[in-house]
Write a protein that binds this ligand. Structure first.
Ligand code: ATP
Length: 485
């Protein structure tokens, strides 16, 4: 799979465009075109449907009395600045960056993206005659975008665009418990934009400055938290497999103990071997973390304990911690056992754009297929899982006469009521098939002379190229059955 070919198809067929392209683009920002928006919506809808709406189908822990609760939430992008102080982002959401000092190079890099101490741009003849670029000392850089609230714009009016959606869930924990009759264990799901002022946005949408996350915070009893962590890790891995990332390009990687955050007793990444990475390298699609009671406790108490939060123990003049928590009681009382405890949290945190990019890369295929004259030709197709394919069906009248367009139009309208479909009457049928293959439409339906005699149509399968005749009246149901199978 060649990344340049994927990028070129995305642009040519309207999946992704550079943001503000007519002004030269803006680094780290991407727009989804007409097909891209359908694809990404389908990815997000599949996540919501599988994780929230029909989550009972995922099963539960062995021996657990009943399925757990799962609800959604939609929080604001700008939150109270104290949220980010207490979460640790204000002090710790930092990357180290270096600049290249060599004249004419102008490189700026995240330290952990450097291979050794070399400038990755390696200009062929750096000024000054030296073979090597010279880099500045690393400097710290906070990734949160700042903005200003209100008209006066003083320092105290500084606010931040959220760098993750998770905090909106933590600060609403009590609201959700009090308003929605959920009982621990339960999960709260959220999808939405997040912003990070990445030093080196790159690799298409993989590392953007504005992106969308799909996050779950799952609140459970400390005694069962380890089992719930394993439950979510395995369920989330299965989700990607079910939607088509089934090959060995997908892997689950448990973090080594020295990689874990100070509060985490287990973290795993779901990773994909994106084609822009070197052989053997994988990029993160999603992290599943056991976060203990770190988040709820921080929002109650602020940063107090030097063992759990070594960098924010600095005290204010009043002897209290610098970043004070809300002081609200975010513990939970089990009304059956009367036990009061601070729930532990399991966090499956995915990126909608990275998942969409992985599905695009995985779908890109070139094979050999016969053209109209039976001659084998190279064919480009996007093998999307039918659930996420942007267009589910295309309808072709074989010729633009003899009543075929009218029958085809009626069928197209009926299909369109159920899911995105297209009508295409232009050019040879073989060429129309190719157009749909290239955007990943799983089913093409042709209305031909026989349709007018016996009221049947052909449905052609994108991947197997198999064509079957079905009754015209059964076509919508048949396509629907295949998409949801
Ligand atoms: P990375 O190490 O690649 O920067 P991260 O570990 O900081 O990622 P998290 O904070 O765990 O990422 O965010 C959860 C998910 O959000 C990631 O798995 C990824 O899918 C997505 N994500 C994070 N940063 C970006 C970004 N800059 N562009 C696109 N998606 C992102």
């Amino acid at each position: 799979m060649d990344m340049e070919k994927v990028v070129s198809l995305c642009r040519r067929r309207g999946f992704l465009f550079q943001s503000s392209e007519i002004y030269g683009g803006l680094n780290g920002f991407w727009d989804y075109g007409p097909l891209g928006v359908e694809l990404k919506r389908n990815v997000k809808e599949a996540w919501w449907r599988d994780m929230v709406a029909t989550h009972d189908d995922l099963g539960t822990l062995p021996g657990a009395p009943s399925p757990y609760d799962m609800v959604g939430i939609d929080c604001t992008i700008i939150m109270h600045p104290q949220v980010w102080k207490v979460s640790g982002h204000y002090d710790l959401f930092i990357d180290e960056m270096v600049d290249c000092r060599t004249e004419g190079c102008k490189g700026r890099f995240r330290v952990d993206h450097l291979a050794g101490s070399e400038c990755p741009l390696k200009p062929s003849k750096p000024a000054g005659g030296s073979d090597k670029c010279s880099l500045t000392e690393p400097r710290e850089f906070n990734l949160m975008f700042k903005t200003t609230l209100g008209a006066l714009g003083g320092e105290e009016d500084t606010a931040y665009l959220r760098p993750e959606t998770a905090q909106g869930i933590f600060v609403n924990f009590k609201n959700v418990v009090d308003s929605s009759r959920v009982r621990v264990p339960f999960g709260v799901a959220q999808q939405g934009k997040s912003f990070r002022n990445e030093i080196t946005p790159r690799n298409f949408t993989f590392r953007s400055r504005e992106f969308e996350q799909m996050e779950i915070e799952f609140f459970c009893h400390p005694d069962t938290s380890r089992q719930w962590y394993e439950f979510w890790r395995d369920r989330r891995m299965q989700w990607y497999k079910d939607l088509g990332l089934a090959g060995d390009r997908l892997r689950l990687r448990d973090h080594d103990p020295d990689e874990l955050s100070h509060y985490s007793t287990g973290t795993a990444d779901i990773e994909y071997a994106f084609p822009f990475l070197s052989e053997g390298e994988y990029g993160e699609l999603e992290g599943i973390a056991h976060r203990g009671d770190f988040d709820l406790r921080s929002h109650m108490e602020g940063k107090l304990d030097p063992k759990t939060c070594p960098l924010t123990v600095e005290q204010g003049d009043d002897g209290k911690p610098r970043h004070r928590g809300s002081g609200r009681d975010l513990t939970y009382r089990d009304d059956l056992t009367n036990e009061r405890f601070t729930p532990h949290v399991i966090e499956p945190s995915a990126g909608a754009d990275r998942a969409t990019l992985a599905f695009l890369c995985e779908a890109y295929t070139e094979d050999e297929a016969p053209d109209e004259k039976g001659k084998m030709q190279t064919r480009t197709l996007m093998r999307f899982h039918p659930r996420i394919a942007p267009i589910k069906a295309a309808v072709f009248p074989l010729v633009k006469k003899d009543g075929m367009p009218e029958v085809a139009q009626d069928l197209y309208k009926a299909l369109k009521k159920k899911f995105p479909a297209v009508y295409d009457a232009g050019g040879a049928v073989g060429r129309r098939y190719r157009r749909q293959d290239e955007i990943g439409t799983p089913y093409c339906i042709t209305i031909d002379g026989q349709t007018l005699q016996d009221q049947t149509v052909t449905i052609r399968d994108r991947d197997s190229l198999e064509q079957v005749r079905v009754k015209l009246d059964d076509t919508v149901a048949e396509v629907e059955r295949r998409i949801t199978a």
